[in-house]
Design a protein. Structure first.
Length: 344
């Protein structure tokens, strides 16, 4: 079965072709970073308009790369949510229009489910069941994943997610957009033990087993530090390194505790923050010490992409738990969509 994947949830236009037996055949991505940089963040209307310009040319590009035609496609999977409503509508409308024209199913995919399953595209994929750490944009969650569509929420952020805290801290330090990668790069030049910053909710985890996250207080601590000291270039690098280390401490500790509590030995890390090299370094080392294995998507598949959407569509169809539209191609989008509602 050949699945066309379309991802337009925010500021990346991703297209991919995935074959249920041959794997990922081709994928292409256009990022809008350059367009949004002058505004310091994503402008939803501009994002939607750019998706309109990019989707069809990228579909043609991917088809050419794979040596396939639209007549070869068996189903279209698209990001239905969560995300920016206007951006989601672009991919959703194009996906359903294509499916209607071709007489094939269209399947709405949860954006975070795509991230969660993306390590299955790697050359050394995990096996079910596993614990998943999702650190994507405004989401930080720990899930127990028994199978495709069988997800149990173990913990989630109660305020700022890790990615949001990275971006907001980068803004406090005068770094550009996107803030997370810029902060991680600056942190490599600083001393992580220079400033003592809080590790939110870690003490509570040890007392009660709570696996929720909170990064708002950490961000506020950085704000107070910057206002008090007005750091120079060297000090800003130390602040960045100290912030990154505090965030990584929390993510690592809670991930390992989730493995201990569930009795599982595989951890999947997915989403944009999953590309952070310090997080990967710490997780690999400390998980190995405890006899656990950690799996990541390829670096190019950590950010939003069409490959993860095509994969999720193929896996759902293969497992018989998909609810594709066919015959009635009316559609809607879900800007807010709780991943835990996806059950088989």
């Amino acid at each position: 079965m050949l699945i066309l994947g379309i991802e337009t949830s925010c500021d990346d236009t991703g297209i991919a072709l995935y074959h249920s037996e041959r794997g990922l055949l081709a994928h292409a991505l256009h990022t809008q970073i350059a367009m949004h940089q002058e505004y310091g963040g994503v402008v939803p209307e501009l994002a939607s308009r750019d998706h309109i310009r990019r989707v069809l040319p990228l579909i043609r590009q991917v088809m050419h790369q794979a040596g396939a035609g639209l007549a070869d496609v068996d189903a279209v999977a698209y990001t239905q949510g969560p995300g920016l409503a206007g951006a989601l509508l672009v991919g959703t409308s194009i996906a359903n229009a294509l499916a209607f024209t071709l007489g094939i199913p269209a399947l709405g995919i949860h954006h975070l489910e795509g991230h969660l399953l993306s390590p299955l595209l790697a050359s050394n994929p995990p096996r079910f069941p596993f614990v998943a750490l999702l650190v994507s944009g405004g989401h930080t969650q720990l899930m127990r994943v028994a199978a495709v569509g069988e997800y149990e929420l173990l913990g989630e952020t109660v305020d700022d997610a890790a990615g949001e805290a990275f971006d907001k801290t980068a803004h406090l330090l005068g770094l550009g957009y996107p803030g997370g990668p810029a902060l991680a790069q600056l942190a490599g030049e600083g001393r992580a033990d220079k400033y003592k910053l809080p590790r939110p909710m870690l003490e509570q985890m040890h007392k009660t087993g709570n696996l929720d996250f909170s990064f708002s207080g950490l961000k506020t601590a950085v704000l107070l530090l910057v206002r008090k000291q007005a750091p120079d270039a060297a000090a800003r690098a130390d602040v960045a390194a100290s912030f990154q280390e505090a965030t990584v401490d929390v993510l690592v500790a809670k991930s390992l505790y989730a493995l201990e509590q569930t009795g599982l030995n595989q951890l999947v890390v997915a989403g944009g923050v999953g590309a952070n090299r310090r997080l990967r370094e710490r997780l690999d080392r400390e998980a190995a010490d405890e006899g656990y294995s950690v799996f990541y998507p390829e670096y190019e598949l950590c950010t939003d992409n069409g490959a993860m959407i095509a994969l999720a569509g193929a896996l759902r169809l293969g497992a018989g738990i998909a609810t594709p539209t066919q015959g009635n191609y009316a559609f809607t989008v879900k800007p807010r969509w709780d991943l835990s509602t996806l059950v088989s």
